[in-house]
Design a protein around this ligand. Sequence first.
Ligand code: 2AM
Length: 178
Amino acid sequence: MPRLFFGLELPANLKQQLLRLRVPVTGARWQSRHQLHLTLVFLGQVPAPALPALLAAAAGVRGAPFELEVRGLGTFGPPEQPRNLWAGVVPETPVAELHHRLVTAMGAAGVATESRRFRPHITLARFARPAGSVVPLLAARADTGFGRWPVSEFVLFDSTPGAGGSVYTVRRRFPLMA
Ligand code: 2AM
């Protein structure tokens, strides 16, 4: 059964900016250039027979292209001992709308999605225990703008476990159309 999620690919110049943040922090497993992305909807294991309906429903999702800025850093868990260090996007509204449209489309196609609140973020690092503090990094870079991001498509990714963390591969691209 494939493990799937919908997300956005980052342009190379933005990845370049974010990769420059990779300072040594205890426990940090920094995401590689190939792993950086923004998750729209996590699906998890999807039974193969559900795939045609899933793809058709995603192809029916409408929405005009939009532009984001990647800005700011935050953590899940306390910054003194984080679980996840991420970069944010502004504005969040167009991403949240796309998330909602995809959740609705998956519901109509009979594909289960998570119900926890959507918090758009680009994971930069995950942390093993014990985790070191990222307070100095946040203090220095929390308001940094990392660049503009024209979004003209969303992507269905496969997530496959690998030795260096998960490997994300593009299964299908869906252009954004009003
Ligand atoms: P994360 O970066 O915040 O961990 C692939 O696993 C992508 O789906 C990751 O970006 C991950 O977000 C996201 N995701 C959302 N819910 C998930 C879950 N329950 N398990 C694993 N990944 C999840």
